[in-house]
Design a protein around this ligand. Sequence first.
Ligand SMILES: [Fe+2]
Length: 363
Amino acid sequence: MKDRQLRTLPAEYLWDGLVLKDDIFNYTGKVLLLPKGETITRSRLEKLMGFYGDNQNIMVYEETYLELMSDEHVPAQARQKMMENHIGYARLHRSIGDLFERHDYDAWLNTEKLAPLIREVSARLENFDPVTILSCINFPRPMDEGLQRHSLNVALLNGMQAEWLGLPHDDVNTLVLAGLLHDIGKTMIPEEILNAPRRLTEEELAVMREHPRYSDELLKGKFEDNIRLAARHHHEKLNGTGYPDGISGDEVSFCARITAISDIYDAMVSARSYKEARLPLDVFDMFYEEEFDGLDRSLVITFLKNMRERYTNRPVMMSNGRRGEILYIPLNDADHPIIRQDDDIRQTDDGWYCKEILPLPGA
Ligand SMILES: [Fe+2]
């Protein structure tokens, strides 16, 4: 039998007409509220929940939890919160938030202090399916959370890439750490430029582009060189058009090349005030079409190959408001996957496209 762990869920996420595939319990997990096979009605649920006063939570088995989470009846924001709690992303995000807000660099900016955090990030990568992790990464977020979330996301994406490349455990951890610290120099950038809810002026952009140099200064002497160089060079391009040093080719280290891909992916799927967030499939297409120049093409192809594999067979919400399943993602046209919706199997187009990738029940 599969894991029968119980999980807490607000009762409001159950909807009228839902037929229970499994038992549901009260918030303690000890009292059976409704047995499987029953149909939920609002009035029945309200009556049951009336006994529990302020605590309007219920407990359901893990499989039910994941299935409910992937349902369109649950609002996207709520679903996101549940997913973040489920994989422990929310807790990691809070720990990282503390570090970034303290600004007491000497106190925590060292390998030893960060080791437990890196172990926790690596544990997420080992225990959860990448698309489940990516569903937290891909979610649009408010700008004031930007740096913490971005740092965690780049750490997770670096770790995924390292695993897909078959790197040894120590190198995976090094890349996770490099991802976590790559933008630490942004904590030295004035708040009004860092969080400007608009496009930056030329002068402001010049200030912003100093952040890799600041990262380098903060990390120098405290971390091994490849972590420091990933931070300094994650905006460099192989064709020499990047910043801050304008280096090219072999001068751009392996860790910096990996971090550059994670950095761009996360920036593209996040919502910034001056642009809309993009669906992962659109971003894969942009990578394939080389819209971001100067990246390491062989690393980009490994990234795309693995992402396509992970997203195949995933449930999606289509533009007609009904669910579908991704059957195939063309490498050279990732934003037009082949979708199955009931008996209909065809390639998406402007009139029928994926709106959201849903978590896989049982992920
Ligand atoms: Fe950066």
